[in-house]
Design a binder for this molecule. Structure first.
Ligand code: FE2
Length: 255
């Protein structure tokens, strides 16, 4: 692109042509390139400016009161229409509601395990404590997803929860190992469901939802899987009976 060349007086705020006619309007300083001519007694500057730069200085590039007239930015007036909703697809909304149901289902199973190990003829207080806390944690996950749903202008829709088993006895493995293996499978299933939500978010270009799932759930889920995998491995070592009692004591005093 050819550049026009002008003289610039150090003492004048405006550039002038060689025939001393002023350049009007003066271009903004950010659009000019000034080069000090070394050796000049009057310290003149050379101003390199393109005709496009001058025209850009006079045009408005952002007109908010025009742009908010677009349909997607108008504030809805119907009473039941969400006000905060933006770039939030129905598929994402449904995926969050499904994940809420997953978390509640897992919470329900863990609560049933708590009730089993708290029985008077089982009396494994450490396992009861562990599964009670796990149940509460899954419910907190469901609530976190509910809050997110509302933040995005979605609507929480609670699905039915299937009743879990109430007995966790297993002739070969014993109840402690059987319950912990079941917990490991449930945590892996939860992780798989979370990855599904993450895929839905990416499919819909919903970077905010993808970031939410990744930062608030996926790392914790991987750590939960590792923790329970460790317990399964240790319970396989100790077998049934006395070893389980010691393991229960460890869980009971685990902070
Ligand atoms: Fe969870």
């Amino acid at each position: 692109m050819a550049l026009a060349c002008f003289k610039f007086s150090f003492f004048s705020p405006y550039a002038v042509r060689r025939n001393n006619t002023p350049l009007l309007p003066p271009p903004p300083s950010s659009s000019l390139s000034l080069a000090n001519i070394r050796g000049s007694r009057r310290r003149n500057f050379v101003v390199n400016a393109s005709p496009q730069t001058n025209s850009a200085a006079t045009s408005v590039i952002f007109e908010p009161f025009e742009e908010i007239k677009k349909d997607v930015l108008t504030v809805p007036i119907a009473p039941k229409v969400p006000l905060a909703r933006q770039n939030y697809q129905d598929e994402s909304e449904a995926a969050i509601n499904e994940q809420i149901n997953v978390e509640y289902n897992v919470s329900y199973v863990y609560h049933s395990m708590f009730a089993y190990f708290d029985r008077d003829n089982i009396a494994l207080k450490g396992f009861a404590k562990f599964f009670k806390e796990s149940s509460e944690e899954e419910r907190e996950h469901a609530e976190k997803l509910m809050k997110y749903q509302n933040n995005r202008g979605g609507r929480v829709l609670l699905h039915p929860i299937k009743n879990p088993p109430s007995d966790f006895e297993h002739f070969e493995k014993g109840d402690a190992l059987y319950a912990m293996e079941l917990a490991l499978s449930l945590e892996k299933l939860t992780n798989q469901k979370l990855l599904n939500v993450y895929s839905v978010a990416n499919h819909n270009n919903d970077h905010e939802l993808a970031h939410f799932i990744q930062s608030e759930f996926l790392r914790d889920q991987v750590e939960a899987i590792k923790e329970i995998a460790n317990y399964v491995a240790q319970l396989r070592m100790v077998g049934k009976g006395h070893g389980v009692w010691h393991f229960d004591q460890k869980l009971h005093h685990h902070v």
